[in-house]
Ligand binder design. Sequence first.
Ligand code: KG4
Ligand code: ZN
Length: 340
Amino acid sequence: MNILAIESSCDETAASVISNSRVLSNIISSQHFHSKYGGVIPELASRAHLASISLVVREALTKAEKNIEEMNAIAVTTEPGLIGSLIVGSNFAKGLSIKYNLPIIPVNHLEGHLYSGNIQDETIVLPYIALVVSGGHTALFKVESYSKYKVLGSTVDDASGEAFDKIGTMLGLPYPAGPEIDKLAKTGNPRAYVFPRGMLHSGNYNFSFSGLKTSVRYFLEKQFPQGLPEDKLSDVCASVQEAIVDVLVKKSIDASVEYNVKHLIIAGGVSANSCLRKRATDLAKLQGIKVVVLNPDYCIDNAAMIGFIAEKRLLENGPDAYQDLTFKVNASSLRAKRKK
Ligand code: KG4
Ligand code: ZN
């Protein structure tokens, strides 16, 4: 079984070939130019996807040493994401499906992240808890099978990656600021300043990061009206990171303990954060829970995760379920529950 997968929901143009759950290629072209605007500009993102998608798809097939005629299906991200970006990937996939008479498997981007741990670790035991943390999403899931999962909670305002990025902008760091804050925090004192841990004791699995953002803004205005001195930057970064990581880790471990799971998977761009990885791994170990941290190419948006779950769906539902399928792209969707 060979699947060609395409992902273009935000600012990564990505394509991958998956063969019997193995990743034969995973090509990611990141649109770094958004950095100079301090965030992703949707119209520019769609145009950049258009410019690179055919090259990225070709490279994925070449690297996998496969022809498109050898594919059994095309998988594509259809939700959630930037509408223009989703349309580019979906139309490209639709064009290929018509030309080569291949079924299309529409995939929810978050479901891709949810199951991405299984690509690199075949020993993950169901059910497991998945924390999906990125620039657009922050949510906790209980995953019961490849077709059944439950949203335990999600952010009520900003995503955790968005908090890293917006606070980074206040600190004069380039976009996306998450990796930079991670790096600077290594030489800072995480207890130098105390910032709010939103909803830490809310008694549910929801998150909130906008209060942290506001608190850092007031802190900077009050404490450093002339601008943050260079020698305080790493302390502020470490303290901000600590506040975000504290909440993410506590809720993930609480959920893992409550549902008595053996594995906790941390996925999405923010899962690259070194403090989050270490803290979650260490604390989970005390509870006998294994944390699955992903290889960098599976943390960021990628098409391997889209192809991986699409292949499971194709095996479960059969190709007829996807023949002549009409589908729509959908900018926002975090369905409360998805049951087959
Ligand atoms: O999943 P992703 O590549 O794209 C989406 O947002 O869907 O995630 C990007 C986000 C950005 O907010 C970026 O700042 C954050 O992931 N990020 C990090 C780190 N690496 C990337 N945040 C904290 N620490 C990192 N090391
Ligand atoms: Zn993502």
